[in-house]
Design a protein around this ligand. Structure first.
Ligand SMILES: NC(=O)c1ccc[n+]([C@@H]2O[C@H](COP(=O)([O-])OP(=O)(O)OC[C@H]3O[C@@H](n4cnc5c(N)ncnc54)[C@H](OP(=O)(O)O)[C@@H]3O)[C@@H](O)[C@H]2O)c1
Length: 328
């Protein structure tokens, strides 16, 4: 099979290569997926750059956790009925050397989820990380029904889904922070009731104005290091800040506002969702996909051979939405 991989950490153009590798065979309990699309996420880029660990986790890494394709072989114990099923994948490269930047991947059968017929394959490569992260941030701790929610970065890969999902799952009002008119339009199309230009407007003040001084019930936060001061001002007393990202690896937080206003801080990484949280998110996402109510924000489609360009786009924050690679 054709595969993209790296054997040392470093800059995309220095370490990523594309070559033929042996076809993998499914072990017991696994399916083999002939991939059509592979999704690139910031996490894949950070791992390849060595921001997570200075050591290669495996001698060779085929990157990317997200992808979509068709099951073409099954291991012992997996029903033959799954052969030919269109699927999307989660956690393909989490703790494993073999992700989706290649023509064939074998993985535990539950990590390949049926992709409803009407959903395009490229959208299927945006679900494992962006959509499940957004959905868990919305669903956790009783969900958002009747609540006012602020989604930071409402035009990003995760944020664009979070805006839609919060609205569809009953939020009373969805606010989004964005930086440009193009991103404002995307967030509004996704269902944001209000947008705040966080780079040119005072974020917390504007959010407090928009909520008549009450603040929001939940912030869904992608860069807690950059936004924590604003978050603590604009979350209502007893409200919560759901954090899935930070631009800096250390955080300095003022204790008194947090404790005196009973602010709940919640952190999570989508790779490590508890089984029942993942099952709930996958089931909810499947219903949304079947009903055709989600917009998928695919910003760029490139061939597998251009994987270094794709990584550079994600690394530089140049893509407004998901970057996917056409495989095969
Ligand atoms: N915990 C998890 O499981 C998990 C899952 C997925 C992603 N993540 C992390 O979450 C982050 C976002 O991922 P993504 O795939 O959505 O990236 P993305 O597609 O690049 O989107 C990020 C968006 O946020 C905006 N942004 C950047 N800094 C901001 C700030 N301080 N306030 C508000 N908006 C800001 C960016 O636009 P402007 O720069 O123009 O504002 C962009 O629209 C990454 O750090 C990623 O590693 C974590």
């Amino acid at each position: 099979m054709k595969a993209a991989f790296y054997e040392s950490l470093g800059a995309a153009r220095d370490v990523l290569q594309v070559a033929e590798l042996p076809d993998p065979q499914p072990a017991a309990g696994e399916v083999r997926v002939r991939l059509a699309w592979s999704g690139v996420n910031p996490s894949d880029v950070k791992s390849r750059m060595g921001l997570r660990s200075k050591q290669m986790p495996f001698p060779r890494v085929i990157p990317h956790s997200d992808g979509s394709g068709v099951i073409d072989a099954v291991g012992a114990g997996v029903p033959k009925e799954r052969l030919g099923q269109r699927v999307w994948l989660w956690n393909a490269a989490w703790g494993r050397p073999h992700g989706t930047a290649c023509e064939l991947v074998c993985l535990p059968h539950e990590q390949a989820v049926e992709l409803p017929e009407q959903v395009e394959g490229e959208a299927g490569a945006c679900l494992g990380i962006p959509a499940l992260t957004a959905l868990h941030a919305v669903l956790m701790d009783g969900g958002v029904a009747g609540k006012t929610v602020l989604v930071a970065g409402g035009a990003g890969a995760v944020g664009h889904y979070a805006v839609q999902m919060a609205g569809q799952l009953g939020a009373a009002r969805v606010l989004a922070s964005i930086s440009t008119p193009e991103k404002a339009a995307l967030a509004r199309e996704a269902g944001a009731d209000e947008v705040v230009f966080y780079k040119s407007e005072p974020l917390a003040e504007r959010v407090l104005d928009l909520t008549k001084g009450m603040g929001v019930d939940r912030v869904i936060e992608l860069d807690f290091a950059a936004n924590s001061a604003a978050d603590l001002q604009m979350v209502r007393t007893g409200g919560e800040c759901v954090v899935y990202g930070s631009g800096s690896s250390t955080l300095e937080l003022p204790f008194f506002p947090l404790i005196s206003r009973n602010i709940q801080l919640k952190f999570f990484i989508v790779y490590n969702l508890a089984r029942h949280d993942r099952e709930r998110a996958v089931a909810t996402l499947t219903r949304m996909l079947q009903r055709g109510v989600l917009k998928h924000n695919v910003a760029a489609r490139l061939p597998l051979a251009d994987i270094a360009t794709a990584h550079e786009m994600v690394e530089g924050g140049r893509a407004v939405g998901n970057v996917v690679l056409k495989v095969g």
